[in-house]
Each structure stands twice: as structure tokens, then as C-alpha cells.
Design a protein around this ligand. Structure first.
Ligand SMILES: [Zn+2]
Length: 146
């Protein structure tokens, strides 16, 4: 496993920083975004540190997105979302904030954007995120190992 010092996501992967975990296996982990666009917004990432999707071995990109869609299925059910955004931002110009590659899984609702813009992110407490994570975990079905 490759880690980077002062990377908040590497710290979460190593259990050195708190997060509301939803899923983990030997290569990937998912936890709730601390400033969700909507409640249920989670992040899926490789345990290994790569700055952007372009730095990842190509054969790991497929399994990352497979997990993102798998978890999006659980979020959609748990949060009763009308739709889902599944997105990957690479580079500052693409609004990447933490430079450890991750995929955003964001539940969306027909009423959440009257003006057509992204809903405003807000800081959520770890307690609130943990209760949402628990709800989502209840809908995560086992993933075939690949
Ligand atoms: Zn990292």
C-alpha cells in the first residue's frame, strides 16, 4: 500500500482520522463526504494514494467505478433519491479539492435545485454522517470479489 503524509484521505484509510465508513475491502474504501452536497453524499477511493484518475493503474479504474455504482445503488435505496450523480474530478480546474483520487456518489432529488445549480454544500457533524452511513450500510449488498 502506498500512503502520502499529510493526505487526509490516506489518514482515514489508515484509521488516523475519523470518517463515517460505509464500505471497505482490501483495495477500496467508501465514507461520507464531510461537506455533503445532499445528505448521503459519499466518496469511493482506492486505499493506495494516487493524486488523480490519470495516476491510477488503468486496471484499477474499472473496479473503482464498479464499487461507485454498487454503492450508488445502496445510497439510492437508503436515501430514496430520485436520481444520482456519480462523478470524478481530476485537477484543480475540475474542482478537485483533496488530491487523492475519489469518486463522488451524490443522491439527487427533483426538488433539490430549483435554479438548476448544484445544491450548496454544508458541513455535517460526524454524528449525523454516522447515522446516514448506518442507513446506507443496511442497503449495501455483498459485492462479488473481482
Ligand atoms: Zn492519499
Amino acid at each position: 500500500m502506498s500512503f502520502k503524509a499529510n493526505c487526509v484521505f490516506c489518514d482515514i484509510v489508515r484509521g488516523k482520522a475519523p470518517a463515517a465508513l460505509v464500505y471497505e475491502d482490501s483495495s477500496f474504501i467508501a465514507f461520507m463526504d464531510r461537506s455533503p452536497i445532499t445528505l448521503g453524499h459519499l466518496l469511493v477511493l482506492p486505499r493506495d494514494h494516487y493524486e488523480t484518475v490519470f495516476d491510477m493503474p488503468r486496471e484499477e479504474v474499472g473496479p473503482l467505478f464498479t464499487r461507485a455504482v454498487h454503492l450508488a445503488t445502496a445510497v439510492r435505496k437508503a436515501m430514496k433519491a430520485d436520481g444520482m450523480n456519480i462523478g470524478q474530478n481530476s485537477g484543480r480546474a475540475a474542482q478537485q479539492i483533496v488530491f487523492h483520487v475519489h469518486v463522488h456518489v451524490i443522491p439527487r432529488y427533483l426538488s433539490d435545485s430549483p435554479d438548476g445549480r448544484w445544491p450548496t454544500r454544508r458541513a455535517a457533524s460526524l454524528e449525523e454522517l454516522e447515522s446516514v452511513a448506518e442507513r446506507i450500510r443496511g442497503h449495501v449488498e455483498s459485492l462479488p470479489t473481482s
